[in-house]
Ligand binder design. Structure first.
Ligand code: C2E
Ligand code: MG
Ligand code: MG
Length: 399
C-alpha cells in the first residue's frame, strides 16, 4: 500500500519545515497504531509512506478506510489546527509468488496515481487497465511534444463585437491542433492533456507570441484594425508559472504592440485556490499594462468580496447564461445581475456564445456592450479574419 499525503507541499510552505516534520511524526504515529506488529510500515520519502501487509487474513478495504479517517482527523500544532487528506493505492501479489517487490510497488504507485488524478482524498486498488491509462497519457504527451516542435498547432480567431453596431473591436485567440492523423482538433481534445503533462506552459507561450505577432500585423497593415484588441486564454499552470511575467513582457515587446491592446483571460477557479497569490500575480500583470478578463464568469464560485479585490477589467458572461437569456426569465435575471455587478465594480462585460439575434437584443437591453458568438462569426483562421477586417464588414449583422 502506498499512502501519499495530499498537497503536503502547500502545508509545508505554510507551516515551515520543522512544523512539517512534526506533522509527519504525528501522522506516522497514527498509522503505526493502526497496523499489526507483523506488518511493515515505512516512510519512503517526503510525504509518502509504504505499508507491507503479509498474509491473506487482512481486510484491506476496511484498513484503508481507517487509515484515511486517521489522517483526516485534525492535527493540532501549537495554536493551529491542520486538516489533511491522503491518497492510498494498493496492490496485491494475488498469490503470485513471482511478483517482485518493485512490481508490487509500481502497481500500488499506479493505483495511488489514479486516486490523485481523480481528485485525491481516497483510495484505489491496482487494476491492469491503469497501465493503459498511463501509456495513453505518455503517448499523448509524446504526440503533443512532437506537435509543438513540428508547429502542428495553429491559432484561430473569433471576433468580439460591439453589440450595438456589430463593429469588430477585438478577437479571441483559440488554439487548434492540426493533427497529422485526426485532422483539425479543438482544445477540448488536448488542453487537458497539455495541462496534466505541463506542456500547456510552452504551448500557451507559443499561442501568446503568435497572437501578439498577428495583432501587430493586423494593426499595421489594415487601417480598420488600428485599435483592434487581442484576447488570449491563460491556463491554470501558466498562471502559476514563475516565468509568466517575463513571457508576457517578451511577447509584447517582440511583437511591438501596446500592452493595453492585449487582454489575458483567466477563470475563476484559477483565482480561488490562493487568492493572495492570485491578486499578486494579477497586479503584476496589470503593472505591465495588459488588461485582464475573467472567462466563463458565473460558472465558478467567486465570492463577491474576492471579486472586489481582483484587479480585473472585464467579466465574460458564460455561454450557459446566454443560451436561454431570451426565453428564460431566470437566465436573463442572472445575466442582468452580472452586468449590474460589473457596472457597480467599474468592469466591462462581454457575453459569450451568442447564437441568435434575440439573444443579442436581450443582452443589449440588459446593458451588455460586447459579445462574441456564432451569430457574428465562428473562430476562423487568421487569413479569414484579415479578409473580414479589410472588407470592413467585420461581422454579419443579421436583422
Ligand atoms: P473559452 O475561452 O470560453 O472560448 C470560447 C469557446 O466557445 C470557444 O471554444 C468557442 O469556439 C466557443 N464558442 C464561441 N461562440 C460560440 C457560440 O455561439 N456557440 C457555441 N456553442 N460555442 C461558441 P473552443 O475554441 O473549443 O475553446 C474551448 C476552450 O478551450 C476555451 O473556452 C478556452 O478555455 C480553452 N482554450 C482555447 N484556446 C486556448 C489556449 O490557447 N490556451 C488555453 N489555456 N486555453 C485555451
Ligand atoms: Mg476565453
Ligand atoms: Mg469562455
Amino acid at each position: 500500500m502506498l499512502i501519499d499525503l495530499d498537497n503536503f507541499k502547500d502545508v509545508n510552505d505554510d507551516i515551515g519545515h520543522s512544523g512539517g516534520d512534526e506533522l509527519l511524526t504525528v501522522l506516522a504515529d497514527r498509522l503505526r497504531r493502526r497496523v499489526r506488529p507483523q506488518d511493515t510500515l515505512a516512510r519512503l520519502g517526503g510525504d509518502e509512506f509504504a505499508l507491507l501487509l503479509e498474509g491473506s487474513d487482512v481486510d484491506t478495504g476496511a484498513l484503508v478506510g481507517h487509515l484515511l479517517d486517521d489522517i483526516r482527523e485534525p492535527v493540532r500544532l501549537g495554536s493551529r489546527e491542520l486538516h489533511l487528506t491522503a491518497s492510498i493505492g494498493s496492490a496485491h501479489t494475488g498469490g503470485e509468488e513471482s511478483l517482485q517487490a518493485d512490481e508490487l510497488l509500481r502497481n500500488a504507485d499506479l493505483a495511488m496515481y489514479a486516486v490523485k488524478r481523480a481528485g485525491r482524498n481516497g483510495s484505489a486498488v491496482f487494476d491492469p487497465s491503469m497501465y493503459a491509462t498511463v501509456l495513453y497519457e505518455a503517448q499523448q504527451r509524446a504526440d503533443l511534444e512532437e506537435a509543438l516542435l513540428d508547429e502542428q498547432f495553429t491559432v484561430h480567431y473569433q471576433p468580439v463585437v460591439d453589440l450595438a453596431t456589430a463593429r469588430l473591436t477585438g478577437v479571441e485567440a483559440l488554439v487548434r491542433w492540426n493533427h497529422p492523423r485526426e485532422g483539425l482538433l479543438g482544445p477540448g481534445n488536448f488542453i487537458h492533456h497539455a495541462e496534466i503533462s505541463g506542456l500547456i506552459v510552452p504551448l500557451g507561450q507559443w499561442v501568446l507570441r503568435q497572437a501578439c505577432r498577428q495583432l501587430a500585423d493586423w494593426q499595421r497593415s489594415i487601417p480598420a484594425a488600428g485599435d483592434l484588441r487581442m484576447n488570449v486564454n491563460l491556463s491554470a499552470r501558466q498562471f502559476q508559472h514563475p516565468g509568466l511575467l517575463d513571457d508576457v513582457t517578451a511577447a509584447i515587446r517582440d511583437a511591438g504592440i501596446a500592452p493595453e491592446s492585449l487582454t489575458l483571460e483567466i477563470t475563476e477557479s484559477m483565482l480561488m485556490d490562493d487568492v493572495d497569490a492570485a491578486v499578486g500575480m494579477l497586479t503584476a500583470l496589470r503593472g505591465l499594462g495588459v488588461h485582464l478578463a475573467i472567462d466563463d464568469f458565473g460558472t465558478g464560485y467567486s465570492s463577491l468580496s474576492y471579486l472586489q479585490r481582483l484587479p480585473v477589467d472585464t467579466l465574460k458572461i458564460d455561454r450557459s447564461f446566454v443560451e436561454h437569456v431570451d426565453t428564460s426569465s431566470d437566465s436573463s435575471a442572472l445575466a442582468g445581475a452580472v452586468v449590474d455587478l460589473a457596472r457597480a465594480l467599474g468592469l466591462r462585460t462581454v457575453a459569450e456564445g451568442i447564437e441568435t439575434p434575440a439573444q443579442r437584443d436581450t443582452l443589449r437591453q440588459l446593458g451588455c456592450r460586447s459579445g462574441q458568438g456564432f451569430l457574428f462569426s465562428k473562430p476562423v483562421p487568421a487569413d479569414r479574419l484579415s479578409a473580414m477586417l479589410r472588407d470592413e464588414t467585420p461581422a454579419r449583422v443579421p436583422a
